[in-house]
Design a protein around this ligand. Structure first.
Ligand SMILES: [Zn+2]
Length: 141
């Protein structure tokens, strides 16, 4: 599994939601291994050429899979986050992001969950959701 690099056109597509059949069939384990190998902190489906709405995030060495994620709440309190991207090697950007957010999503068994994120993890979720909408850190600078 290869990570697509900027300026690949596939990184610019707005991804579609997954239905139950797709949730069952996608090889999430392969993408998890790809994230572990890359030593990145998160990876979105479009980055491995799948234009579907999910991402995987490393939270203190636990990999969290978020399918069809929706931001339920985003704080007006903001902070400046320093971000890199697996699709744009050797580039960093300082981006103004919400400090807190509440995310709704489905897991690989189709259960709906809600999780609260703050600081670095909040910016990471916003970065990954940007990928699902075809937005890169280059656009946020
Ligand atoms: Zn990225």
């Amino acid at each position: 599994m290869k990570i697509l690099k900027f300026p690949n056109d596939k990184l610019r597509i707005k991804s579609d939601s997954l239905n139950y059949k797709e949730i069952r069939n996608i090889k999430f384990k392969k993408i998890k291994n790809c994230l572990l190998k890359s030593k990145g902190l998160a990876i979105s489906a479009p980055q491995v050429g799948i234009n579907k709405r999910f991402f995987i995030m490393d939270i203190n060495s636990n990999l969290l899979l978020c399918i069809n994620p929706v931001i339920i709440f985003k704080s007006s309190i903001r902070f400046i986050s320093k971000e890199g991207c697996l699709s744009i090697p050797n580039y960093f950007s300082y981006i103004n992001r919400s400090k807190y957010l509440l995310l709704g999503f489905f897991d690989s068994k189709g259960n709906y969950l809600e999780l609260f994120f703050k600081n670095y993890f909040s910016s990471c979720v916003q970065h990954e959701i940007d990928h699902l909408n075809g937005i890169l850190i280059l656009d946020r600078t």
